[in-house]
Design a protein around this ligand. Sequence first.
Ligand code: G1P
Length: 300
Amino acid sequence: MRIRKAVFPVAGLGTRFLPATKASAKEMLPVVDKPLIQYAVQEAISAGAQELIFITGRSKNSIMDHFDKAYELEAELAARGKSKLLETVQDIVPPGVTCIFIRQAEALGLGHAVLQAWPAVGDEDFYVILADDLIDGRLQPCLSQMHRVYQQYGTSVLATQRVPQEETGSYGIVDAQPIGPGLSEIKKMVEKPKPENAPSNLAVVGRYILTPRIFKLLERTQRGAGGEIQLTDAISLMLNEQTVLAYEFEGVRHDCGSKLGYLRANVEFGLKHPELADDFRAYLHEMTAGWHDQDKKRKA
Ligand code: G1P
């Protein structure tokens, strides 16, 4: 059992990062030297995906260009003998992997975006990845961990994480029955509940393995939280028919949809970057030592 198709909803406006996202996609914001969407694509490819389906909107041409062949740039790098950089550019889409772009004419919500992928996904189980959740899987990428669960149970799997109770209003929250370490069966699911109404603090984060049944249910899904067609609501309907598992992945999630989460991701990935790590660590030491000195002086 393999999953071959991955859907990337990338039509959101990215208003939290204006003005950076006025003319360019939020998914193109780089963490150190790679855009968020490329981390997401690499994770999908390493979990077996070969067909990448992007649901795009306005101002998203940069995403299409990023995954397209860049003849002039490649020729220029080759002429200058920059073979390492040439390889970096050519490796963005490995051989055998294809990209499909579907334009979502109206931004009616995540559920609506996923529904647009139906003609390209057809009757297969598939991945959904939200690129602004950048997940640093400890031993294995998050989707590969989920794929292992999928191979064992052959059913939908959602990545989940415990969040502080006061933050439930930012997530899809599940009510789930434990069936093994880090694994539970979802009984109920609510999109963005207030803390006092949340069935738990187990939140869905941006990685899903779904069966194609979800498309029929999305067709029937009415506007929900925030007036949007919510993926969470269609998954709730699916709970009456199929098992859906909540999997608490091993690793760290950086919420790159928020400025603080994005800055943290840059620091953590910077500290792991093969060319930058040493200099960057030295710089951070120097800077924080400066803060300690200033604190001491202030207190003295
Ligand atoms: C979306 C989903 C929500 C999920 C979240 C994870 O919300 O609707 O269920 O918990 O992604 O990041 P958004 O953050 O797009 O508002």
